[in-house]
Design a protein around this ligand. Sequence first.
Ligand code: GDP
Ligand code: IMO
Ligand code: MG
Length: 422
Amino acid sequence: MVDVLLGLQWGDEGKGKIADFLTPKYDVVARFQGGPNAGHSLEINGKKHVLNTIPSGIFHENCVNLIGNGVVMDPILLKAEIEKTIAAGADVRERLLISKKAHLILPTHRLLDAASEAYKGDSKIGSTLRGISPTYQDKTGRSGIRIGDADSPNFDKLYKDVIEKHKGILRYYNFDFEAKLAELEEEWFAAVEYLRGFKQVNSEFYLHHQITQGKKILAEGAQGSLLDLDFGSYPFVTSSNTISGGACVGLGLAPKHINKVTGIFKAYCTRVGSGPFPTELENDMGQFLRDKGHEYGATTGRPRRTGWLDLPALKYAIMLSGVDELIMMKADVLSGLDSIDVATGYEGCSDDELCPFNIQGTVVTPKYESFAGWQEDISVMREYQALPETFKTYIDFMEQDAGVPISIISVGPDREQTILRK
Ligand code: GDP
Ligand code: IMO
Ligand code: MG
C-alpha cells in the first residue's frame, strides 16, 4: 500500500516536517522526483536538519529511505548531505537505498544551468542552479547517465561522450567553464565511487516486493504542484512531474497501489524564483509574512515571495492529484493579524476552469474574502479544541470550499508543534 505526500503550492510548504512526522506509520519513505533543488527542513528536539536528496524518514530507526528512479542526484552534494546526516546521528548506511536508475547530475549540468539562466537575462526562470533542467533534458534526450551505469566498463566513455556535447553548448553560450569543470570533475568521480559503497537496488522490484508483503510506503514529493512541468506556471516550473501521477513513474508503481494522497499547503502562499503569483503582496504585509514565517530558502537562502492563500490555485492542485486529505502548515504565522484575506476566485474567469496562470502568460486578478484574525499565540497549542474560534471559522470555510478535510494543522517547525484534528 502506498500513500503519497506532496506540496500543493510553489514548494516549501513544509513537506519535510510532515514526512518526518508521519514516518512512524510507514516501513519505507521513497522520494519520487526532483533533486537537490529541494530543501526539506525537519526540526527534532529543537535541532534543525535540512535534507535535499535524502528522503525525510531518515531520522527514524525502523524506516527504509529510498531515492527513486525519478530523482536526479548530484554525487558531490549527496556525499556531503550523507556525511552531514550521519554526523547528526542517522544510520544512513543502513537505512538508505538508491535506485540504480536514478540519473546523475554531472558537473557540466550545473554549469549549463548557470549558462542558460545567464543567457535568458531578465526572463530567467530563477532556478536553484543545481543543474536540474539540463539533467532531465539529458534523461528525456536519452543521453543521461544513471548511478547504476557507474558499475559498467563503459562508464568513462558514457561520461566523455556527454561531456563533449555539453562543452559545445557551453561554448555556444560563451560560458567560461574550463577551470570550474576541472575543479569539479575529480570531486565528482570520487563522490560517485563513494556512492557505490551504498545500497543500490532495482527499486521497482524492491517496492513491488514490499507491497506484496503488506508493507506501507510513503511516496514523498519535492517542489509543489504549481511547479509541475506540465501543469505548473510553465515555463516557470521545475523539470519533473510533482503531482501524484509523478509518484507512479518516479518509483515504478502501478496506479492501483496508490491508496491515499495527502496534500500540504501553507496558510498563505510563497514562491521562490520568477513567474506568475496572483496573490503576491509586495508591501508591508508581504514583508511581515516573510519575516514572521522565516521565508528564506532552505537550499539557496533566497528571500521567498509571499502572498495571501489562493484557494482556486489550491483547488486546481487538489484536482490534479486527487487529494484525499489536507494538511495546513504555518498557521501560527498568521497570529496577531486583525484580518486575513483569502483569494476565492479570479476576476472575469469562469468558475469551471479556475487556474492561477494561463497559457498566454497573463496574470489573473484575484477576488478576496476577508476573515477575522486571532491574537492568541497558537504555536503553543496542541489540541484542536484550544484553537481560537476565528481560526476554526477560517479553516472550516477552507475545508468546505476545497471539499477535502484538513486532518492536521501545523503550528510551528518542530515535530511536536502538530495538531491532529479528530
Ligand atoms: P519543504 O520544502 O516543503 O520541506 O519546506 P521547507 O523546509 O523548505 O520550508 C518550510 C519552512 O517552514 C522550514 O523552515 C520549516 O522548519 C518551517 N515550518 C514547517 N512547518 C511550520 C509551521 O507550522 N510553522 C512555522 N512557523 N514554521 C514551519
Ligand atoms: P522544495 O522541495 C521552492 C523553483 C525554483 C525555480 C523553479 C525551477 O524545497 O519545496 P529548478 O532548480 O528546479 O530548475 O528551478 O523551481 N524550485 C523550488 N521552489 N521549493 C523547491 O523545492 C523548489 N525546487 C525548485 O526556485 O523557480
Ligand atoms: Mg523547501
